[in-house]
Write a protein that binds this ligand. Sequence first.
Ligand SMILES: [Zn+2]
Length: 241
Amino acid sequence: MTTFSPDIEAAIADTRADVARLHGELVRYGLVVWTGGNVSGRVPGADLFVIKPSGVSYDDLAPDNMILCDLEGAVIPGTAGSDRSPSSDTAAHAYVYRNMPDVGGVVHTHSTYAVAWAARGEEIPCVITGMADEFGGPIPIGPFAIIGDDSIGRGIVETLRGHRSRAVLMQNHGPFTIGVNAKDAVKAAVMCEDAARTVHLAREAGPLIPIPQDRIDALYNRYQNVYGQAGDERRDGEESR
Ligand SMILES: [Zn+2]
């Protein structure tokens, strides 16, 4: 049985509850089918994160079957849920946490419209103000990478490091999103699919009108900084536009 200090145990319990609950948002927004998709959250103050078990129905996800891992993606033995395998995407999540210290949450889905852009290897152009607010520009494409080693994680980090976007569309695969915490990463996944759908539909009906870069910058800075100053509303997604 692995035990931690009372503070860390409390942080683990909070993260388990958050991550279990946030999986419901993927279902609510129609971003996942069957057992696909996964949310993880970094445990504040520890080199640990919590992630979904592999192959468990969304209806059965609960704080105690979330899986606690170290930043190498190894399951911490003797902790709740440790008798199961973690999500098959755990190595990618772990790579992001190791290499992007400010990231507190990671989400992966195969949401339909985002995957359609990924299947074409085409970034989503920034043609709506909501995208400028949320992503500060286009949503980029990451490299083609297959599961089994660090290559997905490396592709995510190489694409998103220094980029305003919190979402990357891994080519021929689908979106991975990051955030300051798990909720922020889930919000990015929801907004990414919304942008993917809207821009797809717009282009079906006619040419897209680009937003000039200085306008994108102004929208992004206003949304990220002005809204952000009154606590953390932007990250919590409570504001209206
Ligand atoms: Zn996937």
